[in-house]
Design a protein around this ligand. Structure first.
Ligand code: FMN
Length: 193
């Protein structure tokens, strides 16, 4: 019994030290423009219904520079979250994509594209954006905010289907609430993709 308690204590202590080290490492992370962004025209595009993805998009834009644009709907979703969720579910079932306002991406080489996760996948406005633009010779860098569960492999496949993209970097997934050290987490992701 005493031996077991000592083992548990050592394990917990090790976990604690590792966590402290990871936080320290994250806090001191530096942004050095990675090679894939050097001399490139960068655009951050996002859809956000409730502000979480907007927050991440603005941080990305602050870090990497370039322009930032919001995907806007021709007809907005209802404000009531329940009615909105029902509408989204119906649209997914019917394979319907909402009409969005045009965003000109022709001048850019690198496109960060962000969306909330809806029903384990991208939001429908992001799908509409991906479907209605030409990504030839561009690099796509997707990012998402979610409350927990996303079909990450399915999303990669769906982006490829919608865009025929040849160059896509690893996506960032961030939790909606209590996002801690947001800038540092984004820098870590940008540095490592
Ligand atoms: C219609 C709807 C469906 C959602 N489905 C999921 C889901 O399947 N998995 C998940 O982790 N979060 C889901 N969420 C939560 C959002 O992804 C999360 O709150 C996100 O940060 C919202 O981003 P926004 O504030 O930019 O709109 C859903 C939210 C809505 C409104």
């Amino acid at each position: 019994m005493k031996f077991l308690l000592i083992v548990i204590f050592i394990l917990l202590f090790t976990l604690f030290i590792v966590a402290i080290y990871k936080i320290y490492e994250l806090k001191n992370i530096q942004y050095n423009k990675p090679e894939y962004l050097i001399d490139k025209k960068i655009l951050t595009v996002y859809y956000s219904n409730n502000g979480n993805t907007k927050n991440v998009a603005e941080n990305i834009n602050y870090i990497v520079g370039g322009d930032i644009k919001k995907i806007e709907l021709v007809e907005n979703y209802p404000n009531n979250i329940f009615t909105m969720s029902m509408q989204v579910r119906k649209q997914i079932k019917e394979g319907f994509l909402p009409q969005i306002k045009n965003i000109d991406i022709s001048n850019y080489d690198i496109i960060f594209v962000g969306s909330p996760i809806w029903n384990f996948s991208m939001s429908l406005p992001m799908k509409a954006f991906l479907k209605s633009n030409n990504f030839e010779n561009k690099t796509l860098i997707p990012f998402f905010t979610c409350s927990g569960i996303a079909n990450k492999n399915g999303i990669v496949e769906e982006i490829k289907e919608l865009t025929n993209i040849k160059d896509m970097k690893k996506s960032l997934y961030m939790f909606e609430n209590g996002i801690w050290l947001v800038k540092q987490q984004i820098i870590k992701w940008i540095n490592n993709i």
